[in-house]
Design a protein around this ligand. Structure first.
Ligand code: DC
Length: 229
């Protein structure tokens, strides 16, 4: 069976933490599509390129090989064989990624890769355009959301825990800017799919959100099995 759960939502809505828990507890493959865009941004930065250098970034795409391994607490992300799992979460990449992910050939290439990575598997895929563009026929679509201040607080705490030196104000300002950028993209903007179920995580614990989504997955899996048999 190829069962696809699409989870979209803004930065700090809980996508990463929640999909990782569901991967472990339900045995689904977890695909973090943001990591694929972060690899492109990192490669661009390493070549001294910014979003202004669109054609040079497009040229880089042929030499970018991305692998994702679901392992332990955190995924391992490999860019051309190098483990870049930590570097892609650092501030320079976080600041560069949203505009770079707006470049249409970048999106086309990453979408092709994301579809390939999910082929023939039971997956939980997190991103911004999963239910709308990447997998419009997903078996279940979830749109995770939370108040902006709560999302900023979560991202600030995560950053401090990972040893990134940043103030709460900087994180809050950046989240606001990134939301705007992600929502206003011409192609692949952050948007709730019409048939997505909204889960507002503002006042819920991680356990509560995980349980809620697990129930929805079980229900849809059962329905799909009944249709097949
Ligand atoms: O989820 P994240 O913060 O790691 O995502 C990094 C950036 O990548 C985010 O600013 C928007 C972009 N992105 C996207 O455009 N489409 C996706 N499916 C996932 C992420």
């Amino acid at each position: 069976m190829n069962f696809i759960v699409a989870v979209d939502g803004p930065a700090g809505s809980g996508k990463g933490t929640i999909t990782k828990r569901i991967e472990k507890e339900m045995g689904l493959v977890n695909l973090d599509t943001g990591a694929t865009y972060r690899c492109v941004a990192l490669q661009a930065l390493r070549h001294g390129l910014t979003v202004e250098n669109e054609s040079e970034i497009i040229d880089l795409l042929d030499d970018i090989d991305i692998k994702i391994e679901n392992e332990g607490e955190k995924d391992k992300i490999y860019l051309n064989g190098e483990d870049v799992s930590s570097e892609i979460r650092e501030t320079p990449v976080t600041n560069a990624v949203s505009p770079i992910s707006s470049i249409i050939p970048v999106r086309e290439k990453m979408i092709e890769l994301q579809r390939k990575l999910a082929e023939g598997k039971n997956v939980i895929v997190e991103g911004r355009d999963i239910g709308t563009v990447v997998f419009p026929n997903a078996d279940l679509k979830i749109y995770l959301d939370a108040d902006e201040s709560v999302r900023a607080k979560r991202r600030y705490e995560e950053s401090i825990k990972s040893g990134i030196d940043i103030s709460y104000e900087e994180v809050a300002e950046h989240i606001q800017w990134r939301d705007k950028n992600d929502k206003e993209k011409k192609f692949g903007a952050l948007k709730k799919a019409e048939d997505a179920i909204v889960v507002d995580t503002t006042n819920l614990t991680i356990d509560e959100v995980v349980e809620k989504i697990k129930e929805l997955i079980k229900e849809r899996m059962k329905m799909k099995n009944e249709c097949i048999t």
